[in-house]
Write a protein that binds this ligand. Structure first.
Ligand SMILES: [Ca+2]
Ligand SMILES: [Ca+2]
Length: 248
């Protein structure tokens, strides 16, 4: 009787052991069959960028982009360095609806120093982006103007628009490119050195005053493009005139 009980006990132990081994094995085979069936591939996820090897259904559930069965994560397009105009910003030029230039010495005038922040489609900043300001021949830049730069780790670069001239209501008058993509196209590029002779001088004051007093129509000295040459524009004109701002 004891021997029979011992045998039964051994059988139960053996059965338990088999189950312990077989259940994981079955689970492995079931899950492995999916891979053997070859229905997985690269699932590219954006914002933030990621990639996982999944089935198409699993990828769709994550709102990813399924590249196809058998594809690898190396095939996912990486959007990180593609600038998007609507996500990028230029201060203070965006608020002024145009670019403002001024001769650079002895001290750059505030609004002529701009900050360009480049972002991608995920609204993430784009570091190490090459940024360039492109002007028409109607504007002349000082030799030391900084019209090119590379964004820092915050996706920002500061440029100094030293120079003069006046362009208004001309499409493509001032372009800002980032990694070759046009992120801004301004119709106005104005300067306190409106006649572009390299110095904010009496001739510019005469023109500014005419617009400020309303004896001539607003054209070149409405720097913030609000429809009139007013106190806000005088604040940008006066320091350059008083200091005789000039190009090197
Ligand atoms: Ca001048
Ligand atoms: Ca104005």
């Amino acid at each position: 009787m004891l021997a029979h009980s011992s045998i039964q006990s051994q059988k139960r132990t053996l059965a338990a052991s088999l189950l312990e081994v077989c259940i994981p094995l079955l689970l492995f085979l079931v899950s492995g069959s999916r891979a053997f069936a070859g229905d997985t591939g690269a699932c590219c996820l954006l914002c933030p960028y990621d990639c996982q090897i999944l089935t198409e259904a699993e990828c769709t559930a994550l709102e990813g982009f399924f590249l196809g069965v058998g594809t690898s994560c190396n095939d996912c397009p990486v959007p990180a360095d593609v600038p998007v105009p609507s996500a990028s910003e230029v201060t203070p030029s965006d608020a002024m609806n145009g670019l403002f230039m001024a001769p650079i010495l002895p001290t750059p005038i505030s609004a002529s120093v701009i900050t360009v922040t480049v972002r991608n489609s995920c609204d993430d900043v784009v570091p190490s982006a090459g940024v360039e300001v492109v002007l028409t021949p109607s504007n002349s830049a000082c030799p030391t103007a900084v019209l090119f730069g590379t964004t820092n780790s915050e996706g920002a670069v500061t440029l100094s628009l030293g120079g003069g001239g006046c362009v208004y209501d001309v499409p493509l008058a001032g372009l800002i490119k980032a990694n070759g993509v046009v992120i801004r196209s301004y119709d106005h590029v104005r300067s306190s050195d409106g006649d572009a002779n390299g110095v904010v001088d009496l001739a510019d004051l005469v023109e500014f005053s005419a617009e400020f007093l309303g004896t001539s129509s607003t054209k070149c000295h409405d720097y913030d493009d609000d429809g009139m040459a007013s106190l806000k524009d005088l604040i940008l004109f006066a320091p350059g005139f008083v200091d005789g701002n000039h190009c090197p």
